[in-house]
Design a protein around this ligand. Structure first.
Ligand code: ANZ
Ligand code: ZN
Length: 805
């Protein structure tokens, strides 16, 4: 027989599968649907490294398995093509982002196809295609219609080099994660989505989905619901109040000063003339820090005294007002009653600035804050009360005087979707000066009419960001001018584009009906395919992408476009493959392994099997070239193992038993995404049957178990060696026999004083102790032994027992 040469068979079968439309997901199929999803890639200029396909391979194995188990599987691929890296790369190489993205997609597609993944390519999507982003714009308009898209001034992380807004996680440590420049805080008008309206539902509906618990916790923490109260502090000799948000109203008697966030509107009002210089200087310093830096609890506290005072509403005590950046402007009321005896941050601050510390909860701790609940002291009529009760009673008492109310708060911000960059979806709004004069908000923005969608991105001569921070779209003079959709006068288009997270928040809906040009997806198809049955994502997506997708689905549900509230029924994670040095693969570390070369040398099936064999799917593992060689050798053995048997002959029962067990185990492994034990199960299986004689059916069973992992070699052997006429990927997963799974039985000869008295069927491999128990409690044996004393019990494992009496 010929040598195993993947380069001769893999391309051939990929073409065959494509021509036969083997992996087409049929909308009208009578089979039960199964929608399997993976995060679609951002096609960078660097192309794939060997780590990228790991998730795709796992998903592909699972998809193939589900098909073999009678499901109509939808498994497909698309491109998250907008975004800053492409734009920056295009500027660097002097091309248009569109051209660069097109070339990147082409390269990615070639690489992805190399792995023989069972995608339905007819559903392919590209977020930078007008036929896709028309619907991203449409979603924006629906949001706007409902008052959930709005424009407001907000502090944002601003990269002065990239000249764009960054999300918090793109600005960790105050550094732009794209270019490494120090990030600034800048106050700008931005378009936002009011995701905070959905905060409770985004928490509560986590109960109806199957996500790893850690992911649910991450979602809950990000939303950060906390239950507390607003308490009003009074400014002496005025009618003005300063509200604070607290979760510890029980510690109200322990408040020894009040802190305003630097951006609090009352800062200047409270600052005394002699403190003005110091306060201004401090505000200037703070502007340079990002929110992340400000909130780090381990950083030494900074702040400044305003010289002003407020009165505690519970006892009219005067306490000083400070400004400090450990209080953030957007959370709660932007002001805090500081209780150093019971809050660590307040403790550190009070120690540093020599402010009084007054314990009001009983504790034995003296050298740091005591943060637990407890019994109140030094708290007037509330002395002796427990924290939980006091929290209620204190607020209730002040409530009558309108000085307090119960309040829930959230850490979640509204979603800033504006980007001042070119390569994104144009926000479909029009700014009209005329209308601005008339409308109450003075902003004068009008939505583009639905019938005028999509607002297409114009080509530019120059894609560099403008010095004033405005989007390069402001330079598209012709594109910019438009008639106001309300008054018909000459007006200007919005030049901001959308955060790419908007594009990816709804892409899985589009897969169900990717060519529809009347609606983002038809009701029928959405009903048929959604929700997604299994979504596998990297751990980097457990917060924002997931939250945004869930939000958009809830919104579309509310508008009556969807009949489900959660997009993903079941979510699982995958770990990254690292470089041989155990570090994250990256160009700058020089540890990137290009899949083109490995596939060329060993074939896609080897790489597929190796990536699954490396270790648990949800963990990360370093790449090991020796391991690749090992799996290549295994596939060579498979190649030599499968022969066309001379039939007919009787099947070897032992082989049946081994195959039976492997069918169950490997199937369970795939179902549970335990691809590594599945892959090693295949290897063990080959070891067990390699030197045995098999029937054609038995060889076929082996190949079917291998097929999801190594689809090319199994197809080749199935069709050319075993001479089957149809694709192995249309076969059903082999049936297994529960009874055969039971442990193997042996015949145990029982002698008494050397004479054979019985033969017992017992499980193979039992210990002498276990066998003795079975034999001596056997009725027949008991009869022979009645009244006699056992002198000796001789046991020859799995064969014979001799009882000497
Ligand atoms: C007094 C107090 C006493 C507090 C005490 C805590 C312990 P979560 O659970 O995160 O909601 N806080 C309120 N607004 C803030 C802001 N804008 N920036 C920084 N901190 C703020 O935390 C609520 C607590 O965080 C509030 O309860 C407040 O401090 C602080 F022994 O009020 B507490
Ligand atoms: Zn107008």
């Amino acid at each position: 027989m010929s040598k195993y040469d993947p380069s001769k068979i893999e391309k051939k079968w990929q073409k065959y599968w494509e021509a036969k439309k083997l992996y087409r997901a049929d909308d009208k199929s009578k089979k039960e649907k199964y929608y399997q999803l993976e995060t679609f890639p951002y096609p960078s200029a660097a192309g794939l490294h060997v780590g990228h396909p790991k998730g795709y391979i796992g998903e592909d194995i699972h998809s193939r398995f589900m098909r073999m188990n009678g499901k109509e599987v939808m498994y497909t691929m698309g491109w998250d093509a907008f975004g800053l890296p492409t734009e920056n790369y295009a500027i660097k190489v002097g091309k248009s982002p569109k051209e660069v993205a097109g070339a990147n997609i082409k390269n990615f597609k070639r690489q992805v196809k190399m792995f023989g993944l069972s995608y339905d390519w007819e559903r392919e999507i590209n977020t930078s295609d007008p036929s896709y982003y028309k619907w991203t714009q449409w979603i924006f308009l629906k949001m706007y219609e409902k008052g959930l898209a709005y424009r407001a001034k907000t502090f944002v992380n601003w990269c002065p080099k990239d000249k764009t807004v960054l999300a918090n996680e793109q600005a960790e440590g105050g550094i732009c994660d794209r270019c490494g420049t120090q990030v600034e805080q800048k106050e700008l008008y931005q378009w936002m989505f009011k995701i905070t309206d959905y905060a409770d539902r985004l928490i509560d509906d986590l109960d109806i989905v199957d996500y790893p618990e850690t992911t649910k916790v991450a979602q809950r923490n990000w939303i950060g619901r906390s239950e507390g109260a607003i308490i009003q502090f009074l400014i002496p000799n005025s009618k003005l109040l300063i509200p604070v948000f607290t979760t510890r109203a029980d510690t109200l008697f322990g408040a020894t000063y009040l802190v305003l966030a630097p951006e609090h509107p009352m800062v200047m009002k409270l600052t005394k003339d002699e403190n003005l210089n110091a306060v201004n200087k401090y505000l200037e310093e703070v502007r340079k820090k990002t929110e992340m830096e400000r909130l780090h609890t381990d950083k030494s506290k900074t702040g400044v005294d305003t010289g002003g005072y407020v009165m505690n509403p519970i006892n009219n005590e005067k306490i000083p007002v400070w400004v400090a950046d450990y209080v953030v402007g957007w959370y709660g009321t932007g002001a805090v009653m500081a209780v150093p005896a019971h809050d660590e941050r307040d403790w550190d601050f009070a120690k540093k600035f020599d402010l009084p510390i007054k314990p009001v909860i009983v504790s034995s701790i003296e050298d740091k804050s005591y943060e637990e609940d407890g019994e109140l002291v030094d708290s007037g009529e509330f002395n002796g009360m427990k924290s939980a009760e006091a929290r209620k009673k204190i607020v209730e008492k002040l409530k009558d005087k309108k000085l307090a109310e119960f309040k829930k708060n959230y850490k979640l911000h509204d979603w800033v979707i504006s980007r001042q960059r070119y390569w994104g979806v144009p926000i479909p709004m029009i700014h009209c000066e005329k209308c601005a004069l008339r409308d109450a908000s003075g902003q004068g923005y009008q939505p583009v009419s639905e019938k005028d969608l999509p607002v297409e991105l114009p080509n530019l001569d120059e894609y560099k960001p403008a010095e004033d921070g405005r989007s390069p779209l402001a330079r598209a003079k012709e594109w910019l001018v438009v008639k106001c959709s309300k008054c018909g006068q000459k007006a200007e288009r919005e030049t901001d584009t959308m955060d790419t997270f908007v594009d990816s928040s709804w892409y899985y809906l589009r897969y169900t009906d990717s060519k529809n040009n009347k609606i983002f997806a038809s009701e029928d198809k959405l009903k048929h395919w959604m929700p997604v049955n299994l979504y596998i994502i990297g751990s980097e997506h457990v917060i924002l992408h997931l939250l945004y997708a869930r939000f958009i689905v809830k919104f579309l549900f509310d508008q009556g476009y969807l009949n489900f509230k959660e997009p993903f029924l079941k979510l699982r994670h995958l770990g990254l493959i690292q470089g041989t040095d155990g570090q994250k693969m990256s160009k700058s570390r020089g540890n990137v392994i290009n899949p083109d070369e490995v596939v060329e040398e060993y074939g896609a099936d080897t790489v597929r099997l190796y990536e699954m064999f490396m270790g648990p799917f949800e963990d990360g593992q370093p790449w090991d070239s020796k391991g690749v060689v090992g799996t290549y050798r295994f596939l060579n053995r498979v190649w030599n193992f499968i022969k066309e048997p001379e039939e007919p002959k009787l099947a070897n029962k032992e082989v049946d038993r081994i195959l039976n067990k492997a069918t169950k185990e490997i199937g369970d492994d795939i179902k549970n995404l335990k691809f590594n034990t599945g892959a090693s199960g295949l290897m063990k299986l080959l070891n067990a049957i390699e030197d045995k004689w098999l029937t054609k059916k038995q060889y076929g069973t082996f190949l079917k178990l291998l097929a999801p992992f190594a689809p090319h070699i199994s197809e080749e052997l199935w069709q050319t060696v075993l001479k089957n006429k149809k694709s192995i990927h249309l076969e059903a997963w082999p049936q297994y026999d529960e009874e055969l799974l039971a442990d193997e039985l042996i015949d145990l000869v029982v002698q008494i004083n050397g004479t054979k008295r019985d033969v017992l069927k017992i499980t193979k491999g039992l210990s002498e102790e276990e066998v003795k128990n079975i034999v001596l409690s056997n009725e027949k044996v008991k009869k022979y032994l009645a009244g006699k004393e056992i002198k000796k019990f001789i046991y020859i494992k799995d064969r014979l027992v001799n009882v000497v009496v």
